[in-house]
Design a protein around this ligand. Structure first.
Ligand SMILES: Cc1cc2nc3c(=O)[nH]c(=O)nc-3n(C[C@H](O)[C@H](O)[C@H](O)COP(=O)(O)OP(=O)(O)OC[C@H]3O[C@@H](n4cnc5c(N)ncnc54)[C@H](O)[C@@H]3O)c2cc1C
Length: 500
């Protein structure tokens, strides 16, 4: 009897455990031939960044080694998946191609074209739910419409049962009938880079998650907002590339609570929970809320793909952001604005390819609402630099910060970098780490060194690149003209969901 063979196309699911499509392919076929394709369309995009490419290559090397141990070669190809996959299916005599589902506009178009190309040669296409905890079309309003506000989305989302993670499938050794192909280095792909990024691969990802669950999850609710503390999970890069599944991350939170509860809602402890379980629910439930934001922004992108082009809210689509001077945009990008907390965040991004969430909000809000630069410029800079750069989460975060998005902060709420700095980095520990020229400046002066010209002269730290009060007023005028009533008669509360 002939061997029944399928291809598994790895994309952002670079792991063997709990990989929905791979598990299904291994269950139904005798042999699974895995392939990864470097797509020039993605590699050539203007928002690609070296940090992500380096993490990708590192994770692929680990995946290849893990598969080699099972006698299964990971094929590496370069080119257009619409031609590569039908060609490979013929070469390997595979009758189906499996992949995990993509929700962005390019991925959906590409997958539809791949499915069509495969159909013409009689090869089946199967995509599976894997990236998210809840599919975008499973979490809809009572009228079957997509949610555009986070809180009602999250209420519904919490009540949907999440799947438990599955083990890595047993893969049968595959004879090497086709050339595996070389895995290029990031340099060979033109993406060297020097930022200090985490190690790639499934084993490292699981170690990161285990450490977080053991050491930091128990203090997540209080520590997550302090940028000088390593208080968050650091698994965003693993969720971006699938070196962890969202189900594995959710399961770690559920295990921590140690109580049967499908929704992990910190506001609704089960009556049978004891005090310790309630406390654990508070921490883990706050963490799970962030996983819900992740699903929310993917659902927004799925239902409203035009958010990648401009403001979600129509009335903000024609805002003419007035600041276009390259020296101002460069000062923000390079961390030289003269606002220490903003500069610290941007320098952390440059060095680590990652920035603390509090700083993402501060720096994004600052670019749009104080520098008055079109937020899409900042969105692209983040995508070029973030190791976890994800179109849905990044766009959601930027539109939230610029007040143009689905669930945005009201336009008249403008983060004051000085107050944010004093509140979330009171002693200036975070600033000192990333802005070393201010290392010996004491708090509170470290939050606004320009108050003392001698400190600026001695440290060489720049004076503020704009006048905060003046710019704040301009922002209120600019956005107020587009956004309707200001603080005196705020918009209804339902559009103001995220307390910051
Ligand atoms: C302007 C801006 C841009 C952002 N760009 C990205 C991006 O490109 N990629 C990205 O993964 N996150 C992005 N975020 C969300 C958030 O800042 C990061 O997910 C978080 O800092 C990653 O660190 P962590 O894994 O330690 O997070 P944790 O606090 O441990 O959170 C756990 C996980 O929940 C998810 N998550 C947390 N917060 C959010 C959020 N606000 N929106 C969506 N998912 C969230 C992430 O997958 C994260 O790994 C952005 C936020 C803002 C304000």
């Amino acid at each position: 009897m002939s061997v029944r063979r399928a291809l598994h196309w790895f994309r952002r699911d670079l792991r063997l455990a709990d990989n929905s499509a791979l598990i299904e392919a291994a269950r139904r076929f005798d042999e699974v031939v895995p392939v990864f394709i470097f797509d020039p369309h993605l590699l050539g995009a203007d928002d690609i960044g070296s940090a992500r490419v380096r993490f990708l290559v590192d994770s692929l090397a680990t995946l290849r080694a893990d598969l080699d141990q099972r006698g299964v070669p990971l094929l590496i190809r370069h080119g257009d998946p619409r031609t590569i996959l039908p060609g490979l299916a013929r070469e390997t005599n595979a009758s189906a191609v499996f992949a995990n589902r993509d929700y962005g506009p390019y991925g959906r178009r590409r997958d539809a074209a791949v499915a069509e190309a495969l159909a013409t040669i009689g090869v089946a296409w199967e995509d599976h739910a894997d990236l998210l905890l809840v599919e975008p079309w499973e979490c809809l309003t009572g009228e079957g419409k997509p949610y555009t506000v986070f809180t009602p989305f999250s209420r519904r989302w919490r009540n949907i049962q999440k799947c438990t993670p599955q083990r890595a499938p047993r893969l049968r050794a595959v004879p090497e009938t086709v050339t595996p192909g070389n895995l290029p280095t990031a340099e060979e792909l033109g993406m060297g880079g020097t930022s200090d990024i985490p190690a790639g691969g499934e084993a490292q990802a699981r170690r990161r998650l285990r450490r977080f669950a053991e050491r930091r999850l128990g203090r997540y609710a209080s520590d997550r907002d302090i940028p000088s503390i390593d208080g968050t999970s650091g698994v965003s890069v693993d969720l971006k590339f699938g070196t962890l599944s969202a189900r594995q991350v959710f399961a770690a939170a559920a295990d921590y609570v140690g109580h049967e509860s499908i929704d992990l809602d910190p506001a609704k402890p089960a009556p049978s929970m004891n005090a310790a379980e309630r406390e654990r629910l508070r921490e883990a439930g706050t963490f799970v809320n962030e996983l819900c934001w992740r699903d929310f922004y993917q659902a927004v992108l799925f239902h409203f793909p035009s958010v990648l082009r401009g403001a979600f809210r129509e009335r903000f689509r024609d805002v003419a952001w007035p600041e276009e001077r390259p020296e101002i945009i460069d000062a923000w990008t390079e961390g030289r604005t003269g606002f220490p907390i903003v500069d610290a965040g941007m320098r952390q991004l440059a060095r680590r390819g990652w920035m603390h969430n509090r700083l993402r909000m501060i720096t994004a809000s600052f670019l749009a609402k104080i520098l008055l630069v079109d937020w899409r410029i900042g969105e692209r800079v983040f995508m070029q630099r973030l190791v976890d750069g994800d179109a849905a989460a990044n766009n959601g975060g930027w539109q939230w910060s610029a007040s143009t998005g689905t669930d945005a902060t009201p336009y008249f709420r403008i983060f004051n970098p000085l107050l944010q700095s004093k509140k979330f980095d009171p002693e200036g520990v975070y600033i000192r780490t990333w802005v070393p020229e201010l290392a010996d400046v004491e708090a509170p002066l470290i939050h606004e060194p320009a108050r003392d010209p001698a400190t600026l002269a001695r440290t060489g730290y720049p004076a503020p690149c704009v006048d905060y009060a003046e710019r704040r007023k301009q922002a209120l005028d600019l956005l107020g003209a587009a956004g309707g009533p200001g603080p005196a008669s705020p918009r209804p509360r339902r559009s103001v969901k995220r307390a910051r």
